[in-house]
Design a protein around this ligand. Sequence first.
Ligand code: UT7
Length: 335
Amino acid sequence: MSKRRATITAVGHYVPERVLTNADLEKMVDTSDEWIVTRTGIRERRILQQGASSDLAAGAIENLLVRRKMEATEIEMIIVATVTPDMLFPPTACVVQDKIGASNAWGFDISAACSGFLYALAAGAQFVESGAASKVVVVGADKMSSITDYSDRNLCILFGDAGAAVLLEPSDDPQYGLLDYRMYCDGSGGAFLYMKGGGSLNPATHETVDRRMHYIYQDGKAVFKVAVKGMADVSAEIMQRNNLTGDDVAWLVPHQANLRIIDATAERMGLDRSKVMINIDKYGNTTAATIPLCLSEWWETGKLKRGQNIVLASFGAGYTWGAVLMKWSLENPAK
Ligand code: UT7
């Protein structure tokens, strides 16, 4: 009997209207458009002025439901990948479930930083493959502006806010859908990228706030080195495991942290830039939302085609990293 395979049958995204450009940041910290573009590839990012990550997630899922012509009550599970939950509890998945009226769904959050979406995708696929669920929404949503110090030029240029979602259902053809994944973590990398305050280790106090522990800390250089290697290695590994060359892969869908990391990964895979989804220039690093945001935008413009092999790859805090291979099954949007 052939395997029941999970596949993406709908995509959706939500980005806030407010645009924060490099020119805006030049007025806030000692930086320049030229530095930001050459070091990161980022030109602007979106900022959610009111609301929380659940609003980004809900907006993305509502977009997905309209495109799929489906009711929220049909959703069976909601898995939210985020490092900026509305609150430590209740789970953001519950807030989202209520906001969109998914009254028949259960769900939970996954915290795996920039690899959150891939971890959540792999988890969601298990429910579909086992037969436990047939309509699983996986959403990456991060209001990174809520934990970004806008007086720190090392960090405030990098991040933006967005939500993006996919729907996993059983594939009508077992050759299509999520074919393979490789996930890793290495907790010894925890010291290089974290937010120290507000958790059970350092509960919020006046002191933790005075010491700015409620903001992201990153040793950019250290993370850069391992991110380049980690994302390139895991992407090459998933190709080798499945006997694929660069010619067999239609798209690399990389986490959007730095254009130089993306280029190094593509080079290692033997892929031309034209086969790489890149929107870091418009949105910066939206953490769990970057990969589904690419999928949603590329599908919307008709560039993702049924039957294409695509590799999704990420690297982030933890350290966490991974890659997913899938054969795309969703037809282009009706013109
Ligand atoms: O998504 C999760 C995983 N995260 C990542 O993958 C991020 C990985 N790291 C990076 O992408 C890069 O390390 C950054 C973009 C964060 C930084 O780029 P870099 O080329 O590694 O720069 P750097 O941190 O080594 O800084 C080089 C110089 C320093 O000045 P000195 O010490 O050489 O005088 C910084 O102070 O650039 C300076 N600098 C800036 N200058 C203008 C740092 N930030 C800025 C800025 N504008 N915004």
